[in-house]
Design a protein around this ligand. Structure first.
Ligand SMILES: Cc1ncc(COP(=O)(O)O)c(C=O)c1O
Length: 441
């Protein structure tokens, strides 16, 4: 395959196309050069870049609306509260949740998963509290943020962890999963999309199996919600955690979705201002949802930058990341990434010595591609790509047990998003081919 520029910049999706050049114009950072080379940003699984619409919302919030929420009688406080509550509702609609009460703004996916773990550990409800001998089922492809909290629950509550393996093609071993789920299973937790293999896990089926056994089902949506249509009702999950910074919003804002009746029953694990209904010197009662889980001053601006809001007073729309993605359409986002992924996989496999990890079937994977060059250190490959202006990740990608299963210490990871082009993939493949031929051998 030739790695010369094709000049094609549009992804055709069932008659609709993403205007990649138009999208690129919204991202100021894409004008950057690395040395004299244009930046090619392929580290989107780590964090994405931000469009000017979201940057404007952040600036507008601090220039016009900044105030603390839920406690001020003055107009700024009321407006900030209104915008922040709207942002919850918009995020709820983005993932098909019932309403804003099911959306808890946290810092990131990691905090969302920890919230569930600690809430179940400290649960005032006997039904929900984790007990010694309870089983939590995980997969070997979990990010550390969906493994370490459960290891802590093993220490703190005495739960047993059961880890489900993968097939050699990087797909989940569903047979093993079926065997792992028993009447003692309290919780099944899995990544929707692996941040290493790109594997899309069959969450609907996993959720069905979990619920059949009377267990709760937590989905780590850090690598799915930014990249494909995700609807909590269709998945049938009880909890879904994801990070704003991986989907065009700022760092420090994330989401934990939880089914309302569960959140009502759960005990919060962060205590302080904002999350109480009443406090005496002896005791406190909890605020209504979702504020019961949002103790202290939250990331108000981050929430609005994620969810977007319309100020009822001025009618001005403050565009959030969710608005930006919805305007493109999540099916189109996914199709665009799929086109790039197909092209990149074909090109990578044609380069001698390159080994790709994860499924090759495009129906079973997202736009994150992990690979190694035989006999070469992944960090060196990433460094040499960086010299060409290409930002990729190298290492264990916060999934060390998976690296162990793959029998590697580190890998190189390229991950795509809406602003990446076929031309960039061409340049990446050309640079890699050149590196393999002339710099590594
Ligand atoms: C699958 C997955 N889960 C969880 C996380 C943690 O995200 P954050 O660092 O935003 O909490 C990541 C981050 O890369 C991830 O890829």
């Amino acid at each position: 395959m030739s790695h010369t520029s094709s000049g094609r910049e549009k992804s055709e999706v069932k008659g609709t196309a993403i205007d990649v050049q138009g999208i690129r114009a919204d991202f100021p950072i894409l004008q950057r050069k690395i040395g004299d080379k244009p930046l090619i940003y392929f580290d989107n699984a780590a964090t994405t870049q931000k469009p000017q619409q979201v940057l404007r919302t952040i600036q507008e919030f601090y220039c016009t609306y900044n105030a603390n929420i839920h406690r001020s009688p003055h107009i700024l406080g009321q407006e900030a509260t209104e915008l922040y509550e709207q942002a919850h509702k918009n995020v709820a609609s983005f993932i098909g949740a019932d309403d804003g009460r099911e959306i808890i703004f946290v810092r990131n996916s990691t905090e969302g998963i920890n919230l569930v773990a600690y809430s179940l550990l400290f649960s005032g409800s006997e039904r929900l509290r984790l007990h010694r001998g309870d089983e939590v089922v995980l997969t070997v492809m979990e990010h550390h943020s969906n493994l370490v909290p459960w290891q802590m629950m093993r220490e703190q509550a005495g739960v047993t962890l059961k880890i489900v393996g993968i097939h050699d093609d990087g797909t989940l071993d569903l047979e093993q999963l079926r065997e792992a789920i028993t009447e003692r299973t309290r919780l099944v937790c899995c990544a929707h999309v692996s941040n290493v293999l790109g594997t899309i896990n069959p969450v609907r089926e996993i959720g069905r199996l979990a619920h059949q056994a009377g267990a709760l089902f937590l989905v780590d949506g850090a690598q799915s919600v930014p990249h494909m249509p995700v609807n909590v009702k269709e998945i049938g999950c009880d909890f879904l955690a994801f990070s704003g910074h991986k989907m065009l919003a700022s760092m420090g804002i994330g989401v934990l979705y939880g089914k309302r009746e569960l959140l009502e029953e759960m005990t919060p694990f962060l205590y302080g201002g904002g999350m109480i209904a009443d406090v005496s010197l002896e005791r406190a009662t909890w605020n209504k949802l979702p504020w019961k889980f949002e103790a202290g001053t939250p990331n108000v601006c981050g929430g609005i930058a994620l969810g977007g809001a319309t100020d009822l007073r001025t009618g001005q729309h403050l565009e959030g990341a969710v608005d930006y993605l919805e305007r493109i359409g999540m099916a189109q986002v996914q199709a665009h990434e799929r086109t790039l992924t197909a092209y990149a996989l074909e090109g990578l496999r044609a380069i001698e010595g390159v080994r790709v990890y994860g499924p090759l079937d495009l129906e079973k994977r997202g736009g994150t591609i992990t690979f190694n060059v035989a006999g070469s250190d992944a960090h060196l490959v990433a460094q040499l790509l960086n010299d060409e202006g290409i930002a990729v990740r190298s290492g264990g990608h916060c999934a060390y047990p998976l690296a162990g299963r793959l029998n590697v210490e580190s890998t190189v990871r390229a991950s795509f998003y809406i602003y990446n082009t076929r031309d960039e993939v061409n340049r990446f493949l050309g640079a890699l081919e050149d590196i393999v031929r002339h710099k590594l051998l």
